[in-house]
Design a protein around this ligand. Structure first.
Ligand code: NDP
Ligand SMILES: N[C@@H](CC=O)C(=O)O
Ligand code: NA
Length: 915
């Protein structure tokens, strides 16, 4: 048995066609004879004796049956034309997964208008695993390899039946049956030997590619296109290297390719991926990601204009999209960037795949076969224009990749400094246990060397180091060999990081803001990659933080909307309608991460779909919890800014603004409670606001969307002196007195104002004058007066008996009883040629304020209002004779929400949005 295995280990791929001839009709050949036949065949090949073959091409027996139907070509065309006329495509197993998919692949190939095409294909999906399974079963003497082989036959036979007919089908099936019979014999031999050598296994497994290439080539030929299939083992010669890899022999492969082409000239070549031969003609594979490598080598051999790798994703993402929902498809990557990204665990291309095409500057395009509209990612030399664009942070850091399950090893001690050979001794010991060092860092004090290895290798590494440095540890020259488990690497990759100051500062700043501790750092002087080691549990948070810092607009704001009542829900609608315009035209990205009502709340990690927030709240809402809500919105580390928008009228909520601002959360509100509440709290809040870079905006607290607060600020900040502010500040009371005429009942008009959304949640806040008094206080304080609400005399319009009503509803029910009282006041004014107007006055000169019902002549500007208009007159040192007047609707859902929205945009512009 030993000698039989030895002969298998040297067998050549050219052999089996004939070796099986005598076996294929008789599956019942005794095991001993079967083994003998195979052994004899392989043995003779080793000695260079070739047994007679059936119907072979001059170079191989395997694809002979196709060349005899090839089209006639001139001598000139038989010479291999290299260069731009060729485009190379590679289709992986998923792309070749079924008859329909193979047909799609055929369409893609036919639609490529390149003059010449070479297509590299993998085995149909799952087939490679099925083939390995055959070998494992046969080696372990499991008879079921026979039925498994039948399944392989059935899969390819039924796929071929779906796509082919007539001669094309017959050609394929005859070859398939022949191969299956050969395999049956080979597997029998393995079964007897109880062993398969690597080259034997490679040979068996490579059939998947042989069959898929033949099927696709027949599908294309059926279409009338000149197409040949290539068994790349005839062309691609590789030398195994030590570490389960192979090095292509380009010179030999090129010569073989030329020879192959002279015998098989055509416009379309379908080549088998993954498989190759050694210089001794022993079948082998290109190992992991072999088909990509085949395509890259072929691209280089043909000097193709482009290599397209077809896959099932839209291209290379800026970060793993399963970890970072914001990840974007990169339009371009340089070869070095692709290389770095793949080293760091990003599913790009294996680095060795890039080398052959990089040598000739051939671009690699990564495209999605299931989404032809996606342009994909192009890997190429960076263009000059790319190099010049230094405005966008995304140009510096192209992508982020992570590697989990690592451990850091720290070798530390004073005895290392200035001692040549220490590093060599450390890494020599690591090499001896076969561990792979992923990253190394040593500070210039030479006091410690730290490096990362896969967690599963760290025990052996630590033991090897302990043993290697036993003496140094014992005598104190080394203080420790420490292992830090549960680490991850986060790498930022970008060719243009080189020579660009500030990129690492930005990266580390983002990590610091997200409260991530960095355990170790490495950056080589190529500057293409900055690697940091973090705790494994911090890795996703770190990835999101750095990704958003480089990829999200600086004015991405995570918002929490509190109080989705009339104003809050109108604001949400406005945000929904305007979000895409803001994002596309102004680079402002507003995400509502949470909506909190008094009873329930809705939270989202990426931003609530504002078209469906009410349904979502029904489906996914949870019990309202302010602390959890704030933590959720602010704790979302991948968005640079947080703003809470308080659309309640609640003083408890207003009481939190100070804490929020202190935590760096911006606050925007139409709620008057904070600015009209206790003076000391107000002053504390404003002082904090002025000291910090956190913003607090409340324009809608006075005059809703009208620019009242901002006008006053503008006057003050430019050095004007406010003398008096007088106005109709209540939309509700303006509406009521503008419409309380022609014999209408007072209570009806109040109900109408409530219905129109002008009133406070409880209309008594309006009628009592409290709401106006609050506005007066807000403007008085803004003007520098230190007044409390209680300092403002207020004339209440709420009838005395109704002040104690338990609810707004009860108040509204009782109000009609008092209609005659109001009618009397209105008639008196009317009879005097006057109108009633409810006004507020801030008398800055005398440091006081008042709120009362006044009568104005009908030609007074205050008498000219309509609807819910507010009118505010600023008398100042500059506007003394003619006050500065702001007038317009000062209540109502749309204008109020619009005022809040414009505060949010003001915040965005303070945060850096373009003006
Ligand atoms: N209407 C207008 O024209 C103007 C209004 N404003 C101000 O806008 C604010 C909102 O007014 P409006 O929309 O009319 O009022 P609504 O009563 O319609 O809405 C108030 C909302 O706040 C919620 N809420 C109350 N307390 C809490 C709490 N502790 N936690 C979470 N949510 C809470 C309520 O929730 P739930 O429904 O679950 O009880 C409700 O959704 C007020 O401050 C008002 O002064 C400012 C300018 C103009
Ligand atoms: N209820 C208020 C709304 C604005 O603050 C009003 O009527 O003005
Ligand atoms: Na306003």
């Amino acid at each position: 048995m030993a000698s039989f295995s030895a002969s298998l280990s040297h067998f050549s791929y050219i052999s089996p066609t004939n070796a099986s001839t005598s076996l294929q009709h008789d599956n019942k050949i005794p095991d001993s004879q079967c083994a003998f036949l195979l052994s004899r065949r392989f043995h003779s090949l080793r000695k260079g004796i070739t047994l007679p073959r059936r119907k072979e091409s001059p170079s191989t027996g395997i694809h002979a049956s196709f060349t005899d139907v090839s089209l006639d070509v001139s001598m000139e065309e038989k010479q291999l034309p290299k260069g731009e006329s060729w485009s190379v495509h590679k289709f992986g197993g998923t792309c070749m997964g079924s008859s329909q998919r193979i047909k799609n692949v055929g369409d893609i190939v036919l639609n490529d208008d390149s003059e010449r095409k070479l297509v590299v294909v993998s085995a149909m999906s799952k087939v490679t695993d099925m083939m390995y399974d055959l070998i494992h079963k046969a080696q372990s003497r499991d008879e079921s390899y026979i039925s498994s082989l039948d399944a392989v036959l059935e899969k390819h036979s039924s796929t071929a039946h779906d796509m082919l007919d007539g001669d094309y089908l017959a050609t394929f099936l005859s070859k398939l049956h022949e191969d299956i019979n050969n395999l049956k014999a080979m597997l029998r031999a393995i079964y007897i030997a109880g062993h398969a050598t690597e080259s034997f296994a490679d040979f068996v497994v490579g059939h998947g590619e042989l069959w898929s290439a033949q099927m696709l080539s027949l599908v294309i030929r059926k279409n009338g296109t000149d197409c040949k299939w290539m068994d790349t083992r005839e062309v691609l010669i590789v030398n195994p290297t030590g570490s389960n890899q192979v090095d292509p022999d380009y010179l030999e492969s090129e010569q073989r390719l030329e020879k192959w082409y002279s015998l098989n000239p055509c416009k379309v070549i379908i080549a088998t991926g993954f498989i190759a031969s050694t210089p001794q003609k022993i079948p082998t594979t290109l190992k992991r990601d072999g088909s990509d490598f085949s395509a890259a080598i072929m691209g280089a051999l043909f000097r193709a204009r482009q290599v397209t790798i077809w896959t099932d994703v839209d291209g290379v993402y800026s970060a793993d999209p399963r970890k970072v929902s914001e990840a974007v498809i990169l339009k371009t990557l340089s070869y070095q960037e692709a290389w770095e990204m793949s080293y760091f665990g990003a599913n790009v291309l294996h680095p060795r795949t890039i080398i052959p095409v990089m040598r000739y500057g051939i671009p690699i395009l990564i495209r999605n076969i299931f989404n032809l509209s996606a342009p994909g990612t192009k890997i190429c030399h960076p263009s000059v224009s790319d190099n010049e664009d230094r405005t966008n942070m995304q140009n510096f850091v192209k992508g982020f990749a992570t590697i989990d399950n690592l451990a850091l090893v720290n070798v530390e001690g004073t005895g290392m400094a200035g001692v040549p050979g220490t590093a060599s001794a450390i890494f020599g010991a690591v090499k001896d246990v076969g561990a792979n060092v992923i990253m190394i860092s040593q500070a210039s004090s030479e006091h410690s060397v730290c490096f990362a290895v896969p967690e599963k290798e760290v025990k052996a590494v630590a033991e090897a180091l302990q043993s290697r440095f036993r003496q140094a540890l014992d005598n104190g020259r080394l203080s420790q060999v420490a292992v830090i488990p549960n680490c991850s690497i986060l790498a930022a990759v970008g060719q243009k990081m080189a020579s660009t100051p500030g990129v690492s500062a930005t990266l580390f700043n983002a990590l610091a803001k997200a409260n991530i501790n960095v355990r170790a750092i490495a950056q080589g002087c190529s500057e293409y990659n900055i690697t940091v080691v973090v705790k494994r549990e911090d890795c996703i948070k770190a990835l999101r933080a750095v990704h958003s810092r480089f990829y999200l607009s600086r004015t991405t704001i995570a918002m929490g909307v509190i109080g989705p009542g009339l104003i809050g829900s109108t604001l949400l609608d406005q945000l929904r309608d305007q979000a895409s315009v803001l994002k596309e035209e102004f680079n402002i990205d507003l995400r509502v991460m949470g909506i909190l009502g008094s009873k329930s709340m809705l939270l989202s990690d990426v931003g609530i779909d504002l078209a469906r927030w009410k349904e979502l709240r029904e489906e996914k809402g949870e019990v309202a919890d302010l602390e959890k809500f704030v933590q959720h919105v602010h704790g979302n580390h991948f968005i640079p800014n947080t703003a809470l928008v308080d659309c309640t009228a609640d003083s408890v909520i207003a009481g939190y603004y100070y804490d929020w601002l202190r935590k760096g959360i911006h606050v925007v509100t139409p709620n008057k409670k904070a600015n009209s509440g206790p003076l000391d709290q107000y002053l504390r809040l404003r002082a904090l606001q002025r000291q910090s870079y956190t913003h607090y905006f409340y324009e809608a607290t006075v005059g809703a969307g009208l620019p009242i607060v901002s006008t006053l600020r503008g006057l003050l900040e430019t050095g004007d002196k406010i003398l008096q502010i007088e106005g109709i500040f209540s939309g509700t009371l303006s509406y009521i007195f503008n419409n309380f005429k022609d014999g209408r009942a007072f209570s009806d008009v109040v109900a109408e104002a409530k219905e129109a959304g002008y009133t406070e949640p409880d209309p008594r806040d309006d009628l009592s004058g409290t709401d106006v008094a609050r506005k007066v206080i807000i403007l008085a304080r803004e003007s520098g007066l230190k007044l409390e609400l209680s300092n403002i005399p207020v004339e209440s319009l709420v009838p005395e008996p109704l002040r104690v009503c338990a609810s707004a509803q009860e108040f509204m029910q009782q109000l009609p009883k008092f209609d005659p009282e109001f009618a009397k006041k209105q008639e008196d004014a009317e009879n005097a040629g006057e109108v009633l107007r409810y006004v507020g006055v801030v008398d800055v000169t005398n440091q006081k304020g008042v709120v009362e019902l006044r009568r104005y002549k009908k030609d007074h500007p205050f008498a000219q209002l309509s609807g819910a208009d507010n009118i505010i007159a600023f008398t100042t040192r500059r506007y003394k004779n003619q006050p500065l007047i702001v007038r317009g609707p000062g209540a109502g859902a749309q204008v109020t929400a619009g005022g809040i929205f414009s505060d949010i945009l003001r915040l965005a512009s303070y945060l850096g949005a373009p003006s």
